[in-house]
Design a protein around this ligand. Structure first.
Ligand SMILES: [Zn+2]
Length: 468
C-alpha cells in the first residue's frame, strides 16, 4: 500500500528487461534476466531469455543486487532540517544503492511519538524523497495511550531508549514503562526497537572518570564512560521482556560482543529477539581513533579491535541479523572538533551511501570474493532489514512480485572517499579518506534509474511504505 500517488513521467506502463552476467538470485550470483512490468519484477529468467522485440538494458558483468534497505536512519526533518533532511538523506541513500530507508522517530521536531507528529513528517516528506521510506514510531515515557492509534497508521514498528537519548523531547523508558507499552505493540503485531544501554553503569563510570580528573579529549575516556556493562544490562532486561510478553524486540546498534552469549542463549530458547550492528562497529576500532576526533563519536561507542572481530564472527554466523548505518548527522560545529571534547560533542556518525562499499571492502579484506560476499551483503543489508520492517513482500530480494529496486555494483573499483562522494547535508564523516574496494555505479527504483555515475536522474519519486 502506498500513501503517495505515482507522479511524474514514468515507465510504469512499459515492460522492461534488465540483464547481467552477475545477478543475485535465490541461486546465488550468476547470469540472469529480470523482466519488469509496471515497476515490479514479473520474472527472473535465464540470461538469454530476452523477447525478440525487447531492447534489454544489458549491464555486462556489473553485479546486480537488490536495492539495500537501511532500517536505521535519522533524517531529522521536520524541525532539524539543518542537521539533515529528506532531500539530502535520500540522495545519499540513492548514491549508495539504498532504495528503502526507515526513519528514526527522534532528532526531528516534533518527535514521532503520536499521530499528529507522524502527519507532520509525512507532510514534510512530500515530493522530497529520492527513495522509498517508512517511519518508526516512538515509545517514550508517558505515551503508551498514544501507541494504538500510531500503530494503526501503518508504521512498521516502534523505537525506544533505555538511557537519555540526547534529545529531551524523546524521553527514555524504564522497565515499568516498557510493561505498559509492550501489550499495545503485541496487539498490533509490531516490533519494539531498543537502544540498549542503561544509565547506571554509564553514570557510575562517568563520575569515577570525573573524580579522577580524566581528560575528555582522549577517546579512551569516552570509551570508558560507556562500559560494555551498560549494554549487557539493557539487553538482559530486553530479552526477559521479549520472552515474558512473547513479542519481538530488536536490539539496535549492538556494539559490545560481551552480550553475544546471552543473545545466543535467548535465541536457543526461542525468544523473539533480533539484533543489528552498524557499519562503524565492523569497520573502525577504538585503538585507531585519535584523541579529539569527535566525528567518530556515537553511542554505544566503537569498541576494541578484538570486540570488532567478535561482532564480525557473530554476523557471519547469523547471531547478528542485520547491518544498518545509524546515519545520524549534525551541523559540524556541534561536533566541537576544535576543542575535541568527547563529552561535549554531539554523538552520531554520518555515513549514508557508504555502507555497501565499506562492507564489501571488509569482506574482501578477509578473503571473500564477490560471489560469496554478494549473498551475505544482500541478506544483512536488504532482506533482513526488510523483514524487520515487515516489507519482505516488496523489498529485500529480486523475486517476482517485488519492486524493481536494484543496485549495480562494480566490485573491482578502487577509490578513496572524498567530500564530493558524500551527498548528505554536512560533509563531515569518519569515512573521509577511507580506501574502498567496490563502487555503486547505478541505482534503480521501481524500474526507473535514479542514480548513475555520480549524478541523480529525474526527480524524487520515492514513496512512503506502509506495513501490509
Ligand atoms: Zn540511531
Amino acid at each position: 500500500m502506498l500513501i503517495t500517488s505515482l507522479s511524474g513521467e514514468s515507465n510504469h506502463s512499459m515492460s522492461q528487461v534488465f540483464r547481467s552476467t552477475r545477478v543475485l538470485t535465490a541461486d546465488g550470483l550468476g547470469p540472469a534476466t529480470l523482466h519488469v512490468e509496471a515497476g515490479r519484477i514479473a520474472a527472473v529468467q535465464s540470461w538469454d531469455s530476452v523477447p525478440a522485440n525487447a531492447a534489454p538494458h544489458d549491464f555486462g558483468d556489473l553485479v546486480l543486487l537488490p536495492g539495500l534497505v537501511d532500517s536505521h536512519v535519522h533524517i531529522n526533518e521536520p524541525g532539524r532540517t539543518e542537521w539533515e533532511g529528506f532531500v539530502t538523506a535520500t540522495m545519499a541513500a540513492a548514491s549508495g544503492g539504498v532504495t528503502t530507508l526507515v526513519d528514526m522517530p527522534l532528532n526531528c521536531v516534533p518527535e514521532t511519538t503520536d499521530v499528529a507528529a507522524l502527519e507532520a513528517k509525512r507532510a514534510a516528506a512530500q515530493g522530497k524523497t529520492w527513495v522509498d521510506w517508512a517511519a518508526w514510531g516512538g515509545v517514550v515515557r508517558g505515551n503508551s495511550a498514544a501507541l494504538p492509534a500510531l500503530a494503526a497508521t501503518g508504521i512498521p514498528g516502534f523505537k525506544c531508549f533505555l538511557i537519555h537519548s540526547g534529545i529531551d523531547g524523546f524521553a527514555w523508558v524504564d522497565e515499568s514503562e516498557l510493561r505498559l507499552a509492550l501489550p499495545h505493540l503485541k496487539a498490533a503485531g509490531l516490533p519494539l526497537l531498543a537502544h540498549a544501554e542503561v544509565a547506571g553503569p554509564v553514570n557510575a563510570a562517568t563520575q569515577a572518570l570525573n573524580a579522577a580528573g580524566a581528560d575528555w579529549r582522549k577517546y579512551s575516556t569516552y570509551l570508558a564512560s560507556r562500559p560494555d556493562a551498560a549494554e549487557v544490562e539493557a539487553i538482559t532486561l530486553l530479552i526477559q521482556l521479549a520472552e515474558e510478553f512473547d513479542t519481538p524486540i530488536h536490539i539496535v546498534h549492538l556494539a559490545t560482543a560481551q552480550a553475544l552469549p546471552i543473545i545466543a542463549a535467548a535465541r536457543r530458547r526461542g525468544v523473539p529477539i533480533t539484533v543489528e550492528t552498524c557499519v562503524q562497529y565492523l569497520w573502525f576500532a577504538a585503538e585507531e581513533i585519535a584523541d579529539g576526533a569527535t566525528e567518530f563519536k556515537c553511542a554505544p561507542p566503537i569498541r576494541s579491535a578484538a570486540n570488532r572481530e567478535a561482532l564480525r564472527a557473530a554476523l557471519q554466523s547469523g547471531l547478528i541479523d542485520l547491518v544498518a548505518t545509524d546515519h545520524s548527522p549534525c551541523p559540524p560545529d556541534m561536533k566541537r572538533r576544535e576543542e575535541g571534547r568527547w563529552d561535549l560533542a554531539w554523538g552520531g556518525i554520518a555515513s549514508l551511501g557508504l555502507a555497501l562499499p565499506v562492507m564489501h571492502t571488509a569482506l574482501a579484506n578477509r578473503g571473500f570474493g564477490i560471489a560469496e560476499a554478494a549473498s551475505e551483503l544482500a541478506e544483512w543489508m536488504s532482506a533482513s532489514p526488510a523483514r524487520l520492517a515487515g516489507l519482505s513482500a516488496r523489498k529485500g530480494a529480486l523475486i517476482p512480485g517485488a519492486d524493481a529496486d536494484f543496485v549495480l555494483f562494480d566490485p573491482d573499483a578502487h577509490w578513496t572517499v572524498a567530500p564530493e562522494h558524500l551527498h548528505f547535508r554536512h560533509k563531515l564523516s569518519p569515512y573521509l579518506g577511507a580506501e574502498l574496494l567496490g563502487k555503486v555505479k547505478e541505482t534503480w527504483l521501481h524500474g526507473e534509474q535514479i542514480f548513475s555515475a555520480g549524478s541523480f536522474i529525474g526527480q524524487p519519486r520515492g514513496q512512503e511504505l506502509l506495513r501490509p
